[in-house]
Design a protein around this ligand. Sequence first.
Ligand code: GDP
Ligand code: ZN
Length: 458
Amino acid sequence: STNTSKSPTIAAIATATGRGGVGVIRISGKDLLPFAQQITGGKTPKPRTALYTDFLDQNGNAIDNGLLLYFAAPASFTGEDVIELQGHGGQIVLQMLLQRCLELGARIAEAGEFTKRAFLNNKLDLAQAESVADLIDASSQSAARMAVRSLKGAFSQHIHSLVEDLITLRMLVEATLDFPEEEIDFLEEADAKGKLARLQVQLSTVLQQAGQGAILREGMNVVLVGAPNVGKSSLLNALAGDDVAIVTDIAGTTRDTVREQITLDGVPIHITDTAGLRQTDDVVEKIGIERSEKAVQNADVALVLIDPDEGLNDTTHEILFRLPENLKRIEIHNKIDLRGEQAGLQNEVSGSLKSGADMLIKLSAKTGEGLDLLKQTLLDAIGWQGESEGLFLARTRHIHALQAAQVELENAALCGNNQLELLAEHLRLAQVACSEITGEFTADDLLGVIFSRFCIGK
Ligand code: GDP
Ligand code: ZN
């Protein structure tokens, strides 16, 4: 039987829901050749060769016909035997095929279970496994390029090299602990201080690149706030390049939150046009306002549109009052075309306007003047430095782990010559933090490495 309780066969429809020319069912498990033979009526597929065949039901009637691909363990995505049934992409026929797989002893795979098996069978490390999901979810071409680099191991390689250098340094320090009378000379001779300093540089480079990658992955949330009629919808349309919001001359037209994603220099930017954050008794408007408040709470930057002729009216005051205190604000004076003003950026808002922003941009949503300035300012606000070859599509988890390792290295650097135990501990914690990224740290692994390099002749 293919359905052992220890390593059950899993099956799932691998293609997107809906109609398609081709639909794929993926099956992973142990010894799947009997499975293949039952579904094909006795044919034996060759590994990595397309077999054109009928897919048969219990009674030998064709459910569908198509290609069967067989990947023999361990040369497969999961490291187990994998079979792919490529049939026609209709939901009914795919469901019937999946049902047939269940009859043959498979169970429906959990979300991410194929990738999880790949990780458990050492086909991918944790960071690579995560990049599979990131590639599928990528919301811009740049993000997709970075995800595939991580999937192919670019990020993991940097982590491995960090961990290897950490292990070398740890071995030095821990070996020295055994010979207290010679410790200082020994460490100086081996340039432990220099090694630690180079590790710190190496780590901050990876952290910087991972930070840029995280920007690419997470994108940026921007909210447009301001009194009715100041030009929020128009600015959203101008940034998005087409009509997503309703623009009218009647104040308060934008009742619902309108969200649009644009891509600036590869970075996905989610822009939300708020319905105006203010008190209301109108039920429909209330729903919109609740959504707006949520968008505001999740925002990285608020574009505060103010009519310079009106200044801060009551509505704007109330809106500003409702913005989170630490939310970065950029003040926007729209409609310069009406006032005959030049587009421009001012870094400190002087004069009577006190929106709490640290910069002011004058632009026209109608003519597009000043829009490029705004786009660049948004990218600067999150620290985007442009796509480059060295970036990884990092996750917040990775950033936190790298930051934790950085703190440990900083503490290690502060250790004096009489604090070698403490130094060793900081280095160990730095390694634990780094190894969390690739998911392969265990204390036994490390001991194994240390002993295999040290025990001979000692
Ligand atoms: P909202 O209520 O803040 O979303 O404002 P809208 O985007 O609906 O704009 C209100 C009115 O101002 C509309 O009639 C727009 O056409 C007009 N408007 C918006 N931006 C500009 C601009 O830059 N120049 C001019 N001349 N009119 C604008
Ligand atoms: Zn509007």
